[in-house]
Every structure is written in C-alpha cells, then in structure tokens.
Design a protein around this ligand. Structure first.
Ligand code: M6R
Length: 369
C-alpha cells in the first residue's frame, strides 16, 4: 500500500507531480476558459466580490498565504488570510460581497468548519478548496473547488499542500478572466506554465540526494531557522512546521525582511538557516535583498543552506550549501521551493528514528475546536 516506499509521507512527496497535474485536469472548457466544480454562485455573484478572505489552519493556511500574493496580483481584489480559529471569534468586516475561501485537506477540521459557518451567518459567499469529496466543509459551502491529490495518509501534509496552492492559482486565474482587467490576458499563459509544473517537480524530486545527506548530518541539531520573502515567506513557515511536526526540533520560519527587526539576534556560530531565495525575476529587486540577508547572517556565523533557482549564481559566495530548483515565474515557485524542505524534514525524522507518518501528539484531522 506504500507503493514500495518506506513511509506514506515519502510516497506522498513523490506523488506531488500527479497531485498538481490532476488538480489542473478538466479545469478549462472548449474555449480555454477556466471552470469550477459545483457552484451555487453565479458569475455575477463572483463579479461583484470586492474582498476575499482565506481561512484555514496549519499547512493549509500557508497555502492561503501563497494564494494571497497570486490572487491579488492577478485580480486586484484585496485578499486577507486568517487562521480559522482567530477569524471565528472576532467581528470580521464581511458581507455578501466578500468571498470567504476555506482551504482544508480533510474538509473536517472543526476550527475551519466553525469559521465557514460564522462567515455564512454574516452573509458572506463561501467557497471551499478541499481534497475530500463529500466532507463537511464543502457540503456547507456555496461553491467547491476540489483538489485531486488523492488520499493523504501521513499526518504531515505534503501533496495536499501543493494541490491547494495549485487550486488557488486556478481560482485566481478564473476570477481574473471573469472580471477582465490587466491580467485577464496573462491568465492563459500562466495556465500554460502551470501545466508544465508537474514535469519540473518530477525533475526536482530526482535531485534530492544531497538534501537527504544534509538531513542525516543534522540529526543532532537542536534548532533550525527558515527565511523567505514574498511567496517564499509562507514556504519558510511551512518548512519550519514540517520540522517541528516530524523531527520535534525547534524551528522557526520568518520573513527575511524581519531579520534586522529582531531575529538576527538568534544567529550565532553554526546556527543552520535555510533561505528560500526569490526568483531573480521577482519584482522590486527582492532577490538582491535576500542575497544581502544571506551575506549578513553568514558573516555572523550562520550555516546557510540556500534554495535557489538553476542559474542563480549570486547566492553561491554566501552559501554553505546550494539546493537547486528549476526555474519558474516568481509566483509559481512555491510548488518547487517547498519540496526540498519536505524532503529534509522527512529524512531528519528518519535519521532520528522517529515515526514519520504518525508523529507524537498529532492527529490527521483535528475534529475538535
Ligand atoms: O485537513 P486540513 O487541511 O483542514 O488540516 C489543517 C491542519 O490541521 C493541517 O494542515 C496540519 O497543520 C498538518 N499536520 C500539517 O502538516
């Protein structure tokens, strides 16, 4: 049942090209327009949306953070992302022109379900991005966009995360087309690039040997930091969460721009830091800013493990390790950059002799508030 892999997690990491490819299947009609799964929302309803609020927990919330960058860029609709349990117990400013998008692998997470119910009571339109057909959250939502990652058994989410990101890109591109505007034309070409992502993920999975070795060497590490910027910021947070869950190591992810506002004080000799470097094409010179961050922490003794695109040579002088990912446009890069972090957590957990699929204290689906 594990398809020849030692753990479900390893199997699911390796299924990610399919999770992304299958989530994209059947999303375009004959005219090349994007289509949703079941929906009670009319195109007019969706045209009138003036705000999107994404609610989710854990890994799904990091997918939501990635979605914010992409959806705002393509649609110019303001997007907020909030942890479902925080959203539920405050007075959010939402109405029938708000689209509340929940993201959940299981569709049964109680915190997320309660937040969806709260949103409906307040009159919002609700759309569920979910991996489990017929589960409670999609049943209680106005519209559904199913991810097709297949069943995810390991407690730590991997392929569902990539599928959630993919589905939220599809949603953003759909809304961009529906509403017209600057990026409507771009939607087609981004869709095309998305179709090519499974092959890039496949290629990347074939390059993970060095990551596995690094993980083995680090079995005694007590703390690991993860830095990212732009869409790399949620990827850094996800890398830290994977490590906490799987290897019981103190791990923290933060926005690279925040370093000088405090976290740089944590850096001392030998501190391992993963840096998710933005694609050199990222707007506003963010690539150069992150390269400076790597330089700063290296000068203070950090051991820098840098995740950078093929061909990005600027990082090399400041990197103790460079993990290469295939090139992509900046907004799609999380589908690649998170993979080495998943593989790292998997192999560190294995090196420590821990239960990869069933980490202590955790349940696959958290059905209590
Ligand atoms: O089923 P859901 O996507 O709603 O679950 C949300 C979180 O509980 C889940 O992503 C959790 O953080 C995972 N253990 C992360 O690996």
């Amino acid at each position: 049942e594990k398809g020849g892999y030692a753990t479900f997690m390893e199997k699911e990491i390796n299924e990610q090209p399919h999770a992304v490819g299958d989530t994209l299947l059947g999303r375009t009609d004959d005219e090349g327009r994007l289509v949703l799964d079941q929906t009670e929302l009319s195109e007019d309803d969706l045209r009138s949306i003036d705000k999107i609020v994404i609610i989710a927990c854990g890994t799904a919330a990091y997918a939501g953070m990635v979605a914010k960058y992409a959806i705002e860029h393509w649609t110019r609709i303001p997007v907020e992302v909030e942890l479902a349990h925080e959203f539920r117990y405050r007075d959010p400013v939402i109405d029938e022109q708000t689209l509340v998008v929940s993201i959940s692998q299981s569709g049964e997470t109680m915190d997320t379900l309660m937040a969806v119910r709260h949103a409906r009571e307040l009159g919002a339109r609700t759309l569920s991005i979910c991996n489990t057909h017929g589960s409670t959250i999609p049943r209680e939502s106005d519209a559904v966009l199913y991810t097709h990652a297949g069943p995810e058994i390991a407690v730590a989410s991997t392929k569902a995360f990539l599928a959630q990101i993919t589905a939220s890109y599809v949603l953003g591109l759909y809304l961009a087309q529906l509403r017209g505007g600057t990026y409507a034309d771009e939607a087609q070409s981004v869709m095309k690039e998305l179709q090519g992502m499974p092959a890039k993920i496949e290629e990347l999975l074939g390059r993970m040997g060095r990551v596995k070795e690094i993980a083995r060497f680090m079995a005694d590490t007590r703390s690991v930091l993860f830095l990212g910027r732009h869409v790399g910021y949620p990827v850094a947070m996800e890398g830290a969460l994977k490590l906490k869950e799987l290897a019981y190591i103190h791990a923290e992810g933060f926005a690279a721009g925040e370093l000088k506002h405090g976290p740089i004080a944590l850096i001392d000799a030998g501190q391992p830091v993963f840096i998710v470097v933005p694609s050199p094409d990222t707007a506003h010179g963010l690539h150069g800013k992150v390269v400076s961050n790597i330089q700063e922490i290296r000068a203070r003794g950090a051991r820098t493990i840098v995740i950078a695109e093929d061909g990005d040579e600027e990082v090399v002088p400041f990197a103790d390790e460079v993990i290469r990912i295939p090139q992509s446009s900046p907004l799609l890069a999380p589908l690649l950059s998170v993979v080495p972090l998943q593989v790292f957590a998997l192999h560190l957990s294995t090196a420590k002799g821990l239960d990869v699929d069933q980490p202590r204290n955790l349940a696959k689906s958290v059905t209590v508030e």
